[in-house]
Design a protein around this ligand. Structure first.
Ligand code: 6GU
Length: 225
């Protein structure tokens, strides 16, 4: 999979995309991530990419031209244009289902803007779908883009080893994940449940299913509706 990210802050991506699982996926050649700076497409000599809102009001608005030109440039770097996604708190809510769907794409283009607003023509004229990662406001789409990259990359075949497979993750079966323990058996008087030490795989599977359900009921009853 190839993922392009369009942003005014390329430096924000350096450490998250060069650590841990995403780094491993890149090193294995399972995913290619290319960052492009929207400011490079500003036409004016000041490299200005935002301006005051028509009609007045607080904050600056991201100009359409640099975003359109940047996306056209990036889309033409390869034969297939790919799926374009605009990160915005006004978008459709991102979740595990959407992550699984996007993970099947060969090419994904994420467009991160700054919050005070996009020129509406970016929304209506760019041909990108709009995605939000939740009901809170971030200062820009960059962190949201990183969330989507992480959720999508770990679903690429071969990225997770068998040991850290995604199939038991929270949400993959509509429930939260069951409790996990590792050594030692007793830590500060808190003990590993006997069933996990029993070696009885049937009983262990049953216990995990019960705990998943119990935890989901307590923390996320909305998932059971
Ligand atoms: Cl995608 N962008 C911004 N700026 N804020 C958000 C968001 C996106 N998703 C939730 N809050």
């Amino acid at each position: 999979m190839r993922i392009d990210i369009l942003t005014l802050f390329p430096e924000m991506f350096e450490s998250p995309l060069n650590s841990s699982i995403i780094k491993r996926a890149k090193d294995k050649g399972l995913v290619e991530i290319v960052i492009t700076n929207i400011r490079d497409f500003a036409e004016n000599s000041y490299k200005k990419v935002d301006d005051k809102p028509y009609g007045g009001g607080a904050g600056m608005v991201m100009m359409a031209q640099p975003v359109f030109d940047c996306l056209e440039y990036v889309e033409n770097l390869t034969k297939e244009k790919g799926r374009a996604v605009l990160l915005t708190p006004q978008g459709e809510k991102f979740g595990q289902r959407k992550a699984a769907e996007i993970s099947k794409e060969k090419r994904l283009v994420l467009i991160a803007g700054r919050y005070e607003g996009f020129d509406e023509r970016i929304r209506t004229g760019l041909g990108a779908e709009q995605i939000s990662i939740g009901d809170y406001v971030l200062s820009g789409g960059e962190l949201a883009a990183m969330v989507i990259v992480d959720a999508v990359v770990r679903l690429q075949p071969g990225v997770l080893g068998d040991e850290d497979s995604a199939k038991d993750d929270s949400f993959s079966d509509g429930l939260l994940e069951y409790p996990q323990y590792t050594r030692p058996e007793s830590f500060r008087n808190m003990n590993v449940p006997d069933v996990l030490l029993s070696g009885n795989h049937g009983e262990i599977a049953k216990w995990r299913q019960e705990k998943s359900l119990e935890r989901t009921k307590k923390n996320r009853p909305d998932l059971l509706d």
